[in-house]
Design a protein around this ligand. Structure first.
Ligand code: ADP
Ligand code: MG
Length: 319
């Protein structure tokens, strides 16, 4: 790829970190992991038309490509440090590259994360980001630590991004509530500070990328437990509740993707402390259920009736 295009990325993502001994420009970056820390690494790929709608602004794609990765570090309780960016583009489009780099840089600056290298190739529009973060040995949050009796909590609100996607697909007009939901789709907020705070008391953690039920299901499988959640407790934004029917809003919150909130478990005696900590950090934490023996995720409605998956959402058993 043309050197000037890589230069454009470098200019926009420069970050003075002295643990970057050699950044963009050589055959590999040279990085110094702080003594006594473990390195947490993750990678995620966004494909146009699959992970973001065609027509999404470049600046939003750049932001989201880093946000989804920071969300993985958040779920591990790791402090972000470095990233690699692999771009596949149909053409050497300077405006597209500038937009991607600017969106990426907005989020990177907030965490003092340095872009230390990458790759640029021609092909169908795809953006891959790999992130590296630090965590004290043995302190990382895992999916596997949930215990029977623990409370299940989530940060923020659920279902906004799925609602935003539907609004984009319908070509919804830009009133403030629609704009909020579309922003939640295009510019997810990685819960990095919450993840760090959770290292103290959470027994297990996962970030919600594929929908609450799917991801809580992964946590339960890894922990060899089950979970019961109450739909009446699911935190939902007023924009979601204003613009969508209750059943649709509920199904978005249960199964919609792209929320990038954290779902985690906490021993009962620490729930209030954790909620106070995360309230101070701005995202809050809502208790939505508890860990039980067995496997899988059970869902109860406001009347205490169990729901089961239906073709287009969630239904009452036998209804
Ligand atoms: P090589 O052929 O040795 O892999 P490249 O020409 O692909 O080197 O890249 C030159 C330098 O630019 C390398 O340091 C690489 O990490 C960096 N780079 C290439 N593409 C990107 C990108 N999209 N974002 C950040 N750095 C990049
Ligand atoms: Mg080389």
């Amino acid at each position: 790829m043309e050197f000037t295009l890589i230069d454009r990325i470098r200019e926009r993502t420069a970050q003075g970190r002295d643990d970057v001994r050699l950044g963009i420009g050589d055959d590999a970056a040279l990085l110094a992991v702080p003594a006594g820390q473990e390195l947490a690494v993750a990678i995620d790929t966004l494909v146009e038309g699959v992970h973001f709608p065609i027509g999404t602004a470049a600046v939003d794609i750049g932001w989201k490509s880093l946000a989804v990765n920071l969300s993985d570090l958040a779920a591990m309780g790791a402090t972000p440090a470095w990233a690699l960016l692999a771009l596949t583009l149909p053409s050497a489009d300077a405006a597209l590259i500038d937009g991607l780099a600017n969106g990426f840089a907005q989020l990177a600056q907030a965490y003092r994360l340095a872009l230390v290298g990458g790759d640029t190739t021609r092909g169908a529009f795809t953006i891959s980001v790999a992130v590296h973060g630090f965590v004290p040995p043995g302190k990382a949050l895992r999916r596997s630590g949930a215990q029977v009796g623990d409370a299940v909590l989530v940060t923020g609100t659920l279902g906004d991004a799925a609602a935003g996607l539907q609004l984009v697909q319908k070509g919804a007009n830009a009133d403030a509530r629609s704009a909020f939901l579309i922003e939640r789709l295009n510019r997810p907020t990685p819960r990095v500070a919450a993840g760090l705070a959770l290292r103290e008391h959470a027994s297990a953690c996962i970030d919600i990328s594929d929908g609450l039920l799917a991801d809580l299901g992964h946590l339960c499988t890894a922990s060899n437990v089950g979970a019961e959640i109450e739909t009446s407790l699911l935190p939902r934004s007023s924009a979601l509740l204003d613009l969508f029917d209750e059943n649709v809003a509920r199904d978005f919150a249960l199964s919609g993707g792209d929320d990038y909130e954290l779902c985690f478990t906490v021993p009962a005696q620490h729930v209030a402390t954790v909620q106070a900590d995360l309230a101070r950090l701005g995202c809050g934490a809502t208790k939505i259920g508890r860990i039980v023996e067995g496997g899988g995720v059970g869902v109860r409605d406001a009347d205490g009736r169990w729901l089961e998956p239906a073709r287009n959402g969630w239904d009452h058993f036998g209804a």
